[in-house]
Design a protein around this ligand. Structure first.
Ligand code: SAM
Length: 472
């Protein structure tokens, strides 16, 4: 096989799934057309304006773009106005919204969350209903990008952990919805990522399928009765998809949930009741999703009386120091907690009990809203606070034009300095980018070093136009 060619075993496998005409449409779509670029706007930060793209049918916030712009050169991208996401993945929004339509205060767990695309969707859905999202990523090196993306999204109802899935077995059945967007053989990425074709083999598919079973096994016991599991992969083969669903239904008290997906969307119903996006049928990459519901109570179902009595309060409420309160909007309804290094976090008041409940089983979960730490009489605010909607309106802000904003995001010196002395936030199009501390005619740039733009910037006159605009 030549480098970058579709593996012959893969083509045979697809021949068992698609008829001859469709197979040739599929192959030509994977090998000869460009992959799709999708963006999903953040309802907290932008009403998506779309001048050249097409709406994604299953979400009001998603669009596909004709060409892929350089997102790094758009300050609103750094402010969290939108997430760059494959449209097929956005199908999770439609599904999760339907499943949780009547659930109050849902408890949601995203078990394989990094880099965080689907967590941003779940954070929104949870937040609309005062719910709680725990986003977990087992690979430690992927946790920072997960936290960064969730901080940019700006929702405070999100908590992040980094555990192997079996560790969750200590938890009682708490969750209304669990998403397992499983590590997989990546067939759905063959168009976008030619290298993925060379890494694919039938052995790898089998290896992924056994790993998925291992990850799936503890999940049913974590669901409330009636709770849902959304299982997804970016593959087409049956071992990683429908076979897993059949196995789950045979082994646990789970039942497939049928859903009426509008046929004009081009999403295919699979034999076992899952849904498949094929790139020649939808304007997106390959993606599989199935929904299962916990029916009986073969697994443990609620906290025992003993467990209820043992509920401790592992995370104590801390009063915010005045220097921190000055950054926070009045009536913020946040409860303060602190870690061992003295960092303050904000937890939405009406989720504090849930946070404490989970913290007794999983002591190391971090609220996403890191506020900062005291230093002498001063308080050093964190980037997560800058990106949230909890900032006091009286905190000065300095609006930058695009090139100046990019210089700030690159941590380079810009021409203008804010007029105030002391702390303030830099903003672009009304969206907060990060903190500065002004000292007379200059300021210190508090944009996080590890988030800064690394590429050289074109001069202001050569900045490429963006094919869409974002507005608050
Ligand atoms: N849900 C993410 C999103 O929408 O941005 C993408 C998740 S990606 C398909 C699969 C994730 O599974 C990766 O973040 C990977 O680190 C994680 N993973 C790898 N091995 C795992 C394991 N043994 N248990 C749980 N997660 C694992």
């Amino acid at each position: 096989m030549e480098k970058g060619e579709l593996p012959i075993d893969f083509i045979h496998q697809m021949g068992n799934i698609l008829d001859e005409t469709e197979l040739s449409e599929f192959i030509s779509s994977v090998t000869s057309t460009a992959s799709v670029t999708g963006i999903r706007f953040n309802p907290l930060k932008a009403s998506g304006l779309n001048e050249s793209g097409k709406p994604v049918p299953w979400t009001q916030r998603g669009f596909t773009l004709e060409n892929r712009p350089n997102f790094t050169l758009d300050p609103s991208f750094h402010a969290g106005a939108y997430y760059v996401q494959d449209p097929s993945s956005m199908f999770v929004e439609w599904v999760a919204k339907k499943l949780l339509a009547t659930t109050k205060k849902p408890f949601i767990l995203d078990l394989a969350a990094a880099p965080g695309g689907k967590s941003t969707i779940l954070a929104e859905i949870a937040s609309e209903k005062n719910g709680f999202l725990l986003a977990n990523e087992v690979i430690k090196s992927r946790v920072p990008i997960l936290k960064q993306n969730l901080a940019k999204w700006g929702y405070a109802n999100v908590f992040v952990s980094s555990f192997e899935v079996p560790v969750f077995s200590t938890l009682p059945p708490l969750f209304d919805l669990i998403l397992l967007d499983a590590p997989c053989s990546g067939e759905g990425l063959f168009r976008k990522d030619v290298k993925a074709r060379d890494e694919w083999s039938l052995e790898h598919v089998n290896h992924c399928a056994s790993r998925q079973k291992r990850i799936l096994s503890p999940i049913p016991a974590l669901l409330k009765e009636g709770g849902y599991l959304i299982y997804s992969t970016c593959t087409y083969n049956t071992q990683e998809n429908d076979d897993q669903i059949a196995w789950l239904c045979q082994t646990f008290s789970l039942e497939i949930v049928p859903m009426e997906v509008p046929p004009q969307w081009g999403i295919i119903n699979t034999e076992k009741g899952g849904f498949q996006c094929f790139p020649h049928r939808v304007n997106g990459e390959g993606f599989y999703l199935a929904v299962l519901q916990k029916i009986g109570s073969k697994e443990r179902n609620s906290l025992t009386e003993q467990e209820k009595r043992n509920v401790k309060v592992p995370r104590k409420k801390i009063n915010f120091p005045d220097a921190l309160s000055a950054f926070l909007k009045k009536d913020n309804q946040l409860v303060g907690v602190q870690d061992n290094s003295g960092n303050y976090y904000g937890v939405p008041e009406d989720l504090f009990e849930e946070f404490n409940l989970i913290s007794q089983y999983l002591p190391f979960i971090d609220p996403i809203l890191l506020l900062g730490a005291s230093k002498g009489n001063d308080f050093i605010p964190e980037q997560e606070l800058a990106l949230s909607s909890y900032i006091n309106e009286e905190v000065p802000h300095w609006e930058l034009e695009r090139h100046e904003a990019l210089l700030y995001l690159k941590k380079e010196v810009s021409n203008s300095a804010p007029p105030n002395v002391g702390w303030g936030k830099m903003s672009y199009n009304g969206l907060s980018l990060g903190w500065y501390k002004a000292i007379g005619h200059r300021y210190n740039n508090y944009f996080p070093k590890h988030w800064r733009i690394m590429m050289p910037l074109p001069p202001s006159s050569h900045l490429p136009e963006l094919p869409f605009s974002t507005r608050l």
